[in-house]
Design a binder for this molecule. Structure first.
Ligand code: ADP
Ligand code: MG
Ligand code: MG
Length: 868
């Protein structure tokens, strides 16, 4: 089996097999870019190693050695050679980019002998020993699991002893000493020598990179980003190029556009005389890439050309790693850059306007969930003006957040478990902090640049972040921050403005953001290509107004019971259901009618001529009953009933399984007065608007139907009431009567139901509950465990279960439309706003989805993507 591919044998399409890094390196070789030569060991080989062999098979070793021979002959360098020693990097890289989560080793091939040859060959002893100490450090960490602290502490010690401000001042002599001590650290901590044979080094490194697929931080990252555990990582072996070989060398990373705002300007950082991860790890504060134009104009120009070429080739903003060795430019990695939501929209918009991609491609560039971040709140200008500033740094990831200061990931998790909101403050972050970062409202660091770990991860997670707050002295051990105006302790509130790079003292108030014109335009493209409409589930004026501002095209569900659960209305409702006979029901019905007319008039005034589905009373009567002796005593007084009578009546209405009990259309059948009253209110309010020239067309929905007769008799009853009023008012009013499809039986008899119903709406919450037999109010207790144990791929109440619930829906659509080909069908459950479920609703040929107000824009983008 072929487990090893030369870069020249791969291409960008081979990401599953070669990993993102390997596939893109191959693609760049195909494009003729200056990429150091190398080869890739496949993700398949990794998974075989992890799940079956647990060692490198002879076959795999021999494939690696063959590829290595090839590399030696074409580079003219050789492993363990005393004249021209070959050095390589061993780099992890899985199908999805997981920056810094797995391991990479640089300068492999150095040993006590080749380090001397390298020094001689380059006439640069300092450089050779710098490479060697880096190899010892990375190899020790990755292969033997020696704590990085062990090495770092000694490095710091040497620097302090000599009063050096940075690594660059270390001399060749210092570095030789450091190499000696690093070797001793091996002996002390793992009782092993650093292996001197390059081939041994290589095989050990490959195994360690394979294993790094399962290290803790990689597992956490995968869980957070929904990446499967069985993909494995590829291993890339690549000849080294040296950014640390002097003042004419350097290393850097750049984004072809701003990952924070999306602005079209190359955006990056570099360090002169540095290697590999120095930039990302925030060892020294890097320089902005624009200054490279003066320092090394030729390399800069070439880089700009390559950046443009890559962006056009991939049709997306790229995140590029490069190294300059003696003024020669090399490209070491390219990938689609992680970006904030605002940048994602701006970039998609600009690429379309520049003619690089089509409208449809622009829409496919975006993740619907990002919109949540885009509409996140900001501090009002007024508030920010008077607040006390603690620090200013770089605006690494936009947004605003408040929370209590914590200094490490563990503490962050602890506070959050106690229901607190936190802001993680550190000198710099590392991959171990990712879990803690994900639960924080914001990240603040005192070191690092715009491409530091903290900045990249925060942008990827959509968490606001300010880095490089140089005036903050963060004492992680003492759990305090010293700033120019005082001290902040762990647990104190701060506020972070990630859009402007400012940290404030205390908890500032926030306000809603305006939608940008870029956002509005993209959403209008979405509406143009969409097949499905997006409606909202709402009944309060506030929710309705918000949803229409977000572009809802109608109302998919107005839940009338939400209107009954407060104050005076609840009392009247209770008077009604606790009444002994229909005579006693008269008075409360009359009051409720008045109230409902007012309710619906208010609603129609907002919805105007937009489509609106109004569901008749649905919840079990049980939910309206008073609880406990005290409440019964009070209610008895209020309703002028004897306690004794009330208690008996309440008792008789109590249910063991209210959600399977006296609810929905069953109420309509047993208490027809309630539905009659509701329809009267709907029709009277609608008539009021029609008289003003506004053609309201209510869609009246009967819930929980499982038997055709339920629909038949209720429909007849409601039409009688409605038509009588319309005749009285002497106007024309278009209203329709339809049914909710939320009982499995209803799906099977959808053809019968379609004979009566003028529309269907899937209530996926109840349909899921009844299909699985999971009580949706109690499922939380086991669903998480089910997901962890992989019994369920997702919570079916959040993401439609296509196999089961989806199949019932398919049957219902098919049978319903056999009878009425034009039957209007929508979805109004929780999953109505879930992008992955929406793709399925598109396939079913539904007419609309309906969701909560804040999900409306997300759904608008998702329905567009489903249609493309
Ligand atoms: P990560 O996935 O964490 O970014 P990489 O494999 O990209 O890890 O490598 C880490 C750093 O080392 C990067 O800055 C990269 O550019 C650098 N690097 C990797 N291979 C080489 C090489 N052959 N020569 C010089 N630098 C390299
Ligand atoms: Mg790495
Ligand atoms: Mg990289």
């Amino acid at each position: 089996k072929k487990n090893v591919y030369q870069f020249s044998e791969g291409n960008a399409e081979m990401k599953p097999l070669l990993g993102g890094k390997g596939a893109n390196l191959a693609e760049m070789v195909k494009l003729g870019l200056p990429v150091p030569e190398g080869f890739t060991i496949t993700t398949e080989a990794c998974m075989t190693y992890l799940t079956q062999d647990h060692y490198l098979t002879e076959d795999l070793k021999s494939q690696i050695l063959t590829a290595l021979k090839h590399m030696e002959s074409s580079s003219g360098k050789k492993f363990d050679d005393t004249e021209k020693p070959l050095l390589v990097s061993v780099r992890s890289g899985s199908m999805y980019s997981m920056p810094g989560m797995m391991d990479t080793i640089l300068n492999l091939g150095l040993n006590d002998k080749t380090v001397e040859s390298l020094a001689e060959q380059t006439q640069n002893e300092r450089f050779a020993y710098d490479c060697y100490r880096r190899l010892l450090q990375m190899f020790g960490e990755v292969v033997f699991g020696i704590e990085s602290q062990r090495f770092e502490q000694y490095l710091t010690h040497v620097k302090e002893k000599n009063n050096y401000a940075s690594d660059n001042e270390l001399t060749a002599e210092d570095l030789k000493e450091i190499v000696k001590v690093f070797k001793e650290i091996y002996l002390e901590s793992v009782k092993k020598e650093f292996p001197q044979g390059p081939i041994d080094q290589l095989f050990m490194a490959v195994e360690a990179v394979f294993r790094s697929w399962n290290n803790h931080r990689a597992q956490v990252y995968r869980r957070l980003h929904g990446i499967a555990d069985d993909l494995g990582t590829a291993v890339n072996i690549q000849t080294m190029v040296f950014g640390n070989s002097g003042q004419k060398s350097g290393t850097g990373v750049a984004f072809t556009r701003s990952p924070a705002t999306g602005d079209k300007h190359i955006f990056g950082e570099y360090l002169i005389n540095a290697q590999g991860e120095d930039v990302v790890a925030g060892i020294r504060t890097p320089e902005p890439i624009d200054t490279l134009a003066e320092k090394m104009p030729k390399a800069y120009e070439e880089f700009i050309k390559i950046a443009d070429l890559l962006e056009n080739h991939y049709q997306d903003m790229q995140d590029i790693e490069f190294t300059i060795e003696e003024e020669r430019l090399f490209v070491l990695q390219t990938r689609s850059g992680k970006r904030t939501a605002a940048a994602a929209f701006k970039i998609a918009y600009d690429l379309k306007e520049e003619g690089v991609i089509s409208k449809e491609q622009a829409l496919m560039h975006l993740k619907p969930e990002m919109i949540d971040q885009l509409l996140h709140p900001v501090f009002s200008k007024e508030v920010a003006k008077t607040a006390q500033e603690v620090a200013r740094g770089l605006p690494a990831s936009p947004g605003a957040a408040t929370g209590r200061v914590v200094f490490d990931a563990g503490q962050a998790k602890k506070y959050v478990e106690d229901g607190e909101e936190v802001i993680l403050v550190r000198r710099e972050t590392s991959p171990e902090d990712v879990e803690g970062m994900s639960v924080s409202n914001a990240i603040v660091t005192s070191c690092g640049g715009m491409t530091s770990h903290a900045a990249v991860v925060a942008r990827g997670m959509g968490i606001c972040c300010v880095v490089a707050c140089a005036n903050l002295t963060i004492n992680e051990a003492a759990r305090s921050i010293i700033f120019d105006g005082g001290v902040i302790e762990e647990g104190d509130f701060i506020s972070v403005d990630g859009s402007n790079g400012i940290v404030f003292l205390g908890k500032l108030e926030m306000e809603k953001t305006e939608e940008s014109s870029v956002f509005k335009t993209i959403m209008s493209w979405a509406d143009e290509v969409a097949d499905l409409n997006v409606r909202v589930n709402a009944e309060t004026p506030k929710d309705l107004t918000t949803a229409f501002a977000f572009g809802a095209q109608g109302v998919g569900l107005t839940r009338t019971e939400h209107m009954f659960f407060e104050g005076k209305r609840l009392t009247e409702m209770r008077r009604l259901i606790l009444a002994g006979d229909s005579a006693q029901r008269k008075a409360p019905l009359k009051k409720l009618l008045e109230i409902q007319i007012e309710d619906f008039t208010n609603i129609f005034n907002i919805t105007q001529e937009k489509a609106i589905v109004i569901r008749l009373l649905d919840p079990p009567l049980h939910e309206f009953l008073p609880h406990g002796a005290e409440e019964i005593r009070q209610l008895a007084k209020e309703l002028e009933l004897t306690e004794d009578y009330l208690e008996k009546r309440v008792h008789s209405l109590m249910e063991t399984n209210p959600m399977l009990g006296h609810r929905g259309c069953r109420l309509g059948v047993t208490f027809p007065e309630i539905y009659e009253m509701q329809v009267e209110a709907i029709i009277r309010s609608a008539c009021g608007l029609v008289k003003k020239g506004i053609n309201v067309a209510p869609e009246i929905m009967i819930p929980l139907v499982g038997v055709k007769k339920e629909l038949t008799i209720l429909k007849e009853l409601l039409i009688q009431v409605a038509d009588k009023i319309i005749a009285e008012e002497n106007i024309t009013l278009d209203y329709t009567i339809g049914t909710m499809i939320e009982i499995p039986r209803a799906c099977f008899i959808a053809d019968q139901l379609a004979e009566e119903a003028e529309f269907f709406s899937f209530g996926t919450n109840d349909l899921t509950q009844l299909t699985y037999g999971y009580s949706r109010d109690d499922a939380g207790k086991f669903i998480t465990t089910y997901q962890q144990k992989k019994l369920l791929p997702a919570d079916p109440f959040q993401k439609l279960d296509v196999e089961g619930v989806g199949e019932l829906m398919r049957i219902a659509v098919e049978r319903g439309r056999q009878v009425k080909p034009d039957l209007k069908i929508g979805v109004c459950g929780e999953v109505g706003g879930d992008p992955s479920s929406i793709a399925f609703f598109q396939q079913l040929g539904l007419n609309y989805v309906s969701c909560s107000p804040y999900r409306v824009p997300i759904a608008r983008l998702a329905v567009a993507q489903a249609a493309i």
